[in-house]
Design a protein around this ligand. Structure first.
Ligand SMILES: Cc1cc2nc3c(=O)[nH]c(=O)nc-3n(C[C@H](O)[C@H](O)[C@H](O)COP(=O)(O)O)c2cc1C
Length: 200
């Protein structure tokens, strides 16, 4: 088995290789507001949960031609964002919102999505999303030697569609039908769900 040195790869190929092995990645479909009140929505698959209590999530946002993407610009300006979870019914709309649009473009309108008011933050959530997390910015961390910025946020409110939350306090993944990102233009739906008891 060859041991590949990423330093020997073109940057794009290192990215392609990494994103083809760290799979599937959840998609944090992020709504933000600009300081001028403009609405923005874009997907990020360098996204995950990083702490349980207080519940904390992370996005890693790249640059566009050396400039911050609209999402980072807005989060830094306002300290707030909403992570909407992408399910099978929303994948086409999610993809539409990933285009490199001008700052003023409202990707909710562009993709035919409905902004629903949040409870504690100003950016709206995607009404069509079954799960949305209202987040307050806690940290912005540049990634060393990479053109990425980590954004950490604390979940201030969970929005869970009726019927998804089971009596045991867990969301039913089979009902949520999340979509994960693979490499390039490939995505995955949930396979078989099984249980594995942890050792004592
Ligand atoms: C499924 C998917 C996942 C993505 N994940 C990321 C990511 O983790 N980080 C990133 O910088 N861009 C990611 N992108 C690209 C951004 O969505 C794209 O650059 C978008 O235009 C950013 O929008 P904004 O300028 O409104 O923030 C992803 C695109 C898709 C389709």
């Amino acid at each position: 088995m060859p041991a590949i040195d990423p330093a020997a790869l073109q940057p794009r190929d290192a990215y392609r290789l990494l994103t083809s092995v760290v799979v599937p990645r959840p998609i944090g479909w992020t709504s933000t507001l600009g300081a001028d009140g403009s609405l923005n929505l874009a997907p990020f698959s360098f996204f995950n949960a990083v702490g349980g209590n207080p519940p904390t999530v992370l996005l890693s946002i790249g640059q566009r031609q050396g400039e911050p993407k609209d999402t980072l610009r807005n989060i830094q300006a306002t300290g707030e964002f909403v992570i909407n979870l992408v399910d099978e019914t929303l994948v086409e709309a999610m993809n539409l919102t990933s285009g490199e649009y001008a700052y003023a473009v409202d990707e909710f309108a562009l993709a035919g999505l409905t902004p629903a008011p949040s409870v504690v933050v100003r950016p709206p959530r995607v009404a069509e999303a079954k799960v949305a997390l209202e987040c307050q910015l806690t940290q912005v961390i540049p990634v060393q030697d990479a053109h990425y910025t980590l954004v950490l946020g604390r979940v201030a409110r969970f929005h869970i569609q009726d019927g998804l939350l089971r009596a045991n306090g867990l969301v039913d993944a089979a009902l949520l039908k999340p979509v994960g990102r693979l490499a390039g233009d490939e995505y995955a739906t949930l396979g078989q769900v099984f249980e594995l008891k942890r050792p004592a």
